[in-house]
Design a protein around this ligand. Sequence first.
Ligand SMILES: *Cc1c(COP(=O)(O)O)cnc(C)c1O
Length: 481
Amino acid sequence: MTDSADVRDTAHATDAANSADAADLGGPGRLPLTLRRERAVRAAVAQGLIGAHAPVAGLLDVTGIREDARALHAAFAEATAPGTPVLHAFAVKAAPLVPVLELLRAENIGAEVASPGELALARTAGIEPELTVLDSPAKTTAELREALDLGIAVNADNPQELARLDALLTERDPAAAPPRLGIRINPQVGGGSIEALSTATATSKFGVALRDEGARDWLVRAFLDRPWLTRLHTHTGSQGIPLDLLAAGLTETVALAEEINHKAGRRQIDTLDIGGGLPVNFHSDDRTPDFAAYARLLRREVPVLFGGGYGLVTEFGRALLAKHGTALARVEYTKTAGGRPIAVTHAGAQIAARTVYAPESWPLRIAAYDAEGRPKSGPAVAQDVAGPACFAGDLLARDRALPLLEPGDHTAALDTGAYYFAHHYAYNSLVRPPIYGFVAEGDPSAEGADEVRFAVVREQQGLAEVVAESGGGLRGALVGF
Ligand SMILES: *Cc1c(COP(=O)(O)O)cnc(C)c1O
C-alpha cells in the first residue's frame, strides 16, 4: 500500500482491464468503468454540477455498483452447494446513503448496521428486518430490545451483552418468531498492513477472543446452554488483510461451529456470518481481487463453509462501493513553496480524513482534468495536491507526478465510493459536498458528455444547516450563564 509510484503511474490508466467485465451489465451503449468515469466528470462540469457554487462533489457510478452487486451474488451462487441460504448484507458504514442502500436492496442486498443511525438509514431505504444484521460492539439494552422486536439478526459481541439478551428473551412472547442470534468471535489469527482495521489481533476490541484462556470452553457452554443461539460471526478485518488471513479467521470459525454442533448433537449453529473485509485495489481500475476469486479461495481453504451445512451471511462494504466513487474538486489556486508546485483544491480532509491523517496507509489515485473536465495532458510534474482545510497536512497527494495543474482545472480522487466523501469530517465548518449518482452510456469511440444522467443522492449542505448544527439556535446559552 505504500508504493505510491504505482499510484501515480495509473492516474489515467484508460486501458484498465476491467476484471469484473464478466459481470458487466450488457446491452448497447455499455461503457467500461474508466470511460464511464471520464464521461461523468466531463458531464458534471458541462452540466454545472461542479463550479464556484459547489467546488467539490462526489460522483457514484450506478452501473458499477449494480455490476459488483451482481458479481457478488454470482460468486457465492457458484461456490455454495445448491439451496444454501446466503444473505449479502452491505456494511452500511461504508456508504451511509439512503439511495445507495435502496439501490443495493434492489439488487437483493441487505444491510449490516452498527448504530441506531445506520439502522434508521437501512429502514428508511426499505431494507427489511430479515435482511438486516446488527453488529455494533456497544449496543445498549434499548437497541437490543428494538432489534429483537423488529426481528433483526444480532451478533452479541461479549458475555455481558449475551447476559442482556438472556434477560430480554425472558420478557419475550414465546409465540414470536424465533430470534436470529449469534456471537461474534475474534479468531486472533493476526493483523494486516493497517493496524486500525485489523480486528483479529490478539487484543482487538471486537468479539470473544477465541484463544484466550477458557474462552473456547466458555463459548461452547454458552451455546449448549442457549438453544436459541444459532449463529457464529467473524469479521477478521478490513482493507489490508491478506486473503489467506481472512480464510484463516474463517477456518477457526468453522472449526468452532463444528465442535459446538458435535457437542450439541444437532446442527444448532445453522448460519455463519463471515463478515466483510475483501481488500480493494487502490492502484488501478482493476477490481482485484474480486468476489469470485475470494469465493473460490474460501471454497478451497474452508470447504465446510460452502458444503451446504450452513447458511451464510456476508458483510462486504468497501469491496462493493469503493471503486464506484470519484471525488471531483476544483483547483482554486496554484503556487510554489520551496520549489514545489502546490495545487490548492477544494477536496481535503473533509472528504478524505484517512488519507490526510494516514497517507501511507491510504494513498489515493488522483486524476487531473482541465477546466472543461477533459483528461489533462502535458508533462508530468511532481506537485502537492492540497485541500481547503487550515492545517499543513491537508494534502490528498504529496509530490505526485501529474500534468501541471492550473486554476480552474479539476482533480478527481479515485476509488472514493466507500469511507470517503460520504464520511464528512466537519473541520473548518466546511459544508458536506453534494453526491450524485450517474449512469453513463454511449458510443465508446465518440465524445458523449450528453449521455450522462445524474441523480442527486445527497444535497450539498447549506450554510444555515452548518450554523444550526453548530449551536446556531442556542445563542445566549453561555453569555451571562
Ligand atoms: C466494517 C465492517 C464490515 C465491512 O468491512 P469492509 O472492509 O468495508 O468490507 C463488515 N463487518 C463488520 C462487523 C465491520 O465492522
